[in-house]
Ligand binder design. Structure first.
Ligand SMILES: NC(=O)c1ccc[n+]([C@@H]2O[C@H](COP(=O)([O-])OP(=O)(O)OC[C@H]3O[C@@H](n4cnc5c(N)ncnc54)[C@H](OP(=O)(O)O)[C@@H]3O)[C@@H](O)[C@H]2O)c1
Length: 266
């Protein structure tokens, strides 16, 4: 991605901007000169980060506190798309409910689906309808999208939607000169799953830094439709998608996840 104003416009919206990969996107986009609309529930946290970014990089910021798992709460964001010429949208906010589906409440499952599917779909629609110029769009999928995963059933299914939606838009928007990238990370050190007492040390995987994952996505936007960060994740994806029978890959993923989860969710 080129410097400020050269390729996309001035304003970027990042959902899930209060921590992890989303915050890493904010820092790197601010460094490139983008003004930021930061969206998540933790307003105080975002305001603190926003004021640091404004001081350091002389960019403008707008912090919006919204629960993206609630369809009725999204309307303030529609207003932002009509007011500001958002040129880059990073649909990053996401959450996965670990454990067996049987133990999940329907309400939580529907919120998970709203957050991971309906919200990015809605924001993408508003984004595209309100901007006729060259655009950049980044979607956060996951390596789990390639095979589905026991103990993350709804989450991995949502991420498969993201992958398919994003790569399809890649081809549609390419015709008008806009860019779409689906970022499909493997395990990345962030707060995700933290509240459910998952013991990450029991998952035999290589954990990447959020900064490296975000950096690669920014670099690859406009160059290809999908990025799987990290050599180990690339090899895993290749084996799961091209070599192993799908059901074997699913079973293997589940047997890696299960030991890390507390009995209360199994
Ligand atoms: N970490 C991994 O291993 C991994 C792997 C593959 C894909 N991903 C994907 O990467 C994306 C970012 O996750 P992360 O790993 O950076 O996790 P994270 O540190 O937990 O960040 C998640 C972000 O999403 C926001 N968020 C969650 N629920 C929300 C809600 N209901 N309304 C508004 N904002 C909400 C959180 O903010 P608030 O809590 O302040 O609302 C936070 O800013 C997600 O889409 C995730 O599925 C992560």
């Amino acid at each position: 991605m080129s410097k400020k104003n050269e390729k996309y416009g001035n304003w970027a919206m990042v959902t899930g901007a209060s921590s992890g990969i989303g915050l890493a996107f904010c820092k790197q986009l601010a460094e490139k000169g983008y003004n930021l609309v930061m969206v998540a529930r933790s307003v105080e946290k975002m305001e603190k980060e926003a004021s640091e970014l404004m001081g350091k990089y002389k960019v403008d910021t707008k912090v919006i506190g919204v629960d993206l798992s609630d369809a009725k709460a999204l309307s303030p964001l529609e207003h932002v798309f009509t007011q500001l010429n958002i040129a880059l949208l990073v649909n990053n906010a996401g959450w996965g409910q670990p454990g067996v589906f049987k133990k999940h409440t329907l309400d939580n499952c529907l919120r998970e689906t709203q957050l991971n599917i309906n919200t990015p779909l809605t924001l993408t629609k508003w984004f595209i309808d309100n901007n006729s110029e060259r655009k950049g769009l980044i979607f956060l999928s996951s390596i789990a999208a390639y095979m589905g995963s026991p103990y993350l059933a709804n989450y991995s299914a949502c991420k498969a939607w993201t992958l398919n939606f994003g790569v399809s838009l890649y081809h549609e928007l390419k015709e008008e000169g806009s860019d779409v990238l689906v970022l499909a990370p493997g395990p990345t050190k962030t707060g995700m799953f933290g509240i459910d007492n998952i013991d990450f040390s029991k998952i035999p995987m290589h954990w990447m830094k959020a900064e490296d994952v975000a950096k690669l996505a920014i670099k690859n936007l406009g160059k290809k439709p999908v990025t799987v960060p990290g050599l180990i994740n690339k090899i895993m994806k290749f084996m799961m998608a091209k070599i192993m029978p799908r059901s074997f890959a699913q079973k293997m993923f589940g047997s890696m996840m299960k030991p890390a989860m507390p009995n209360s969710i199994l």
